[in-house]
Design a protein around this ligand. Structure first.
Ligand SMILES: *Cc1c(COP(=O)(O)O)cnc(C)c1O
Length: 377
């Protein structure tokens, strides 16, 4: 099955009983039992819900895994994955992971003695050097936010195998439409489904897919014990979002390529970060491991004042955090998503005061160019 067809036909897509072509929203908490302990497979909706199950089956097939799990947010998904670890374990993580993941590791899970090292995982030698006797997992984000750094997932899978580590990949930016980390050797893939999978800025959700029965059993135990499950209504919204994921990704990427060309020709833009650019670090790896370069672009306009001016003048780009929606979004990492990182560290990482990040939507590309053009004048 080709990718676009898969977005429509993967998983559980309707209702056998009635012929409904959309999965019903089972807005229910408990299920009648025929006799004590004799049930239909559903006992209580934290443990399992048919609408959530349909979504979990769909994402499992999109990521080519064994089992899928839906959570109330991307962070609930990541936290549940971390619960697979034991106190005293150590994880090697991409250094510019999502801010919430950074906060979880340094402000919450550190209190449970779960140790971590933040490493530039785009350099496999640095990853190898960071492995300790108690290291249990590699946690990779690729591409990253906001510099779109690329990590070689096949290399990470080799390192993980050699050292008996779990390879965990946050696939939020690439989506299963462009990138399937399990095929490249990952054990666990996760999404903030709040972003591209939902796609309409109307749901907060997280998804996880694992590649073995053992991990499936362990993660279901955790999902049911910790309880951060996704509700049936939101599960349904994600299934609806997935139907157009292919179309949306294609359209947003096409717009991105147009915008990148415009930005390249603009005298006020110094640096552009986009994996589709031939001179982007990791371009060849991105080309090899993903079917598309995505729709996130960062570019430097030189100063915080200039960036503020652009942000205040745009009409079609909404000034907001988050990404991956049908509408284009614009943000200033130094003052928004990355404001909690000390300026010196930010500059070390390359997150300058004039760095603007855009999440390109599916509006008409010419309008988006026109808008950025007038905002930069
Ligand atoms: C947004 C995001 C998360 C967190 O997801 P929520 O749904 O906001 O909890 C995790 N990873 C990445 C890459 C994200 O962009």
């Amino acid at each position: 099955m080709k990718s676009k067809t898969k977005m429509i036909h993967a998983g559980i897509t309707g209702d056998e009983k009635t012929g409904a072509v959309s999965v019903p929203i089972y807005q229910v908490s408990t299920y009648a039992q025929e006799a004590a302990g004799k049930h239909t497979g559903y006992e209580y909706s934290r443990t399992g819900n048919p609408t959530r199950h349909a979504l979990e089956t769909t994402i499992t097939q999109l990521e080519n895994g064994k089992s899928g799990f839906a959570f109330g947010s991307g962070m609930a998904a990541i936290t549940s994955i971390m619960m697979l670890m034991d106190s005293g374990d150590h994880i090697v993580m991409t250094d510019d992971v999502y801010g919430g993941t950074y906060r979880l590791m340094t402000g919450v899970l550190n209190r449970f003695n779960l140790d971590h090292s933040f490493i530039d995982t785009s350099d496999p030698d640095k990853v190898k050097a960071a492995i300790q006797p108690n290291t249990k997992a590699l946690y990779i984000e690729t591409p990253t936010n906001p510099l779109l750094k690329i990590t070689d997932l096949k290399k990470m899978a080799e390192i993980a195998k050699e050292n008996d580590l779990l390879l965990i990949v946050d696939n939020t930016f690439a989506t299963p439409y462009w990138q399937q980390p399990i095929d490249l050797g990952a054990d666990i893939v996760l999404h903030s489904a709040t972003k591209y999978i939902g796609g309409h800025s109307d749901v907060v959700a997280g998804l996880v897919v694992v590649n073995s029965e053992k991990l499936a059993e362990d993660l279901h135990y955790i999902q049911n014990s910790v309880g951060g499950v996704l509700g049936p209504q939101d599960s349904w919204l994600l299934m609806r979002g997935i139907k157009t994921l292919g179309l949306r990704m294609e359209a947003a990427e096409k717009n991105s390529q147009q915008l990148v060309e415009f930005l390249q020709s603009h005298p006020q833009v110094s640096t552009i970060y986009y994996p589709g650019l031939a001179d982007h670090k990791g371009h060849d790896i991105a080309k090899d491991q993903a079917d598309g370069f995505g729709a996130m672009i960062s570019f430097d306009v030189g100063s915080s004042e200039k960036a503020d001016e652009v942000l205040s003048k745009v009409k079609y780009f909404t000034l907001a955090e988050s990404l991956g929606a049908v509408e284009s979004l614009i943000s200033l990492p130094a003052k928004m998503t990355h404001a909690s990182i000390p300026r010196e560290r930010r500059l070390e990482l390359g997150i300058t005061d004039g760095l603007i990040r855009i999440s390109v939507g599916i509006e008409d590309g010419d309008d988006l160019i026109e808008d950025l053009k007038q905002a930069m004048e």
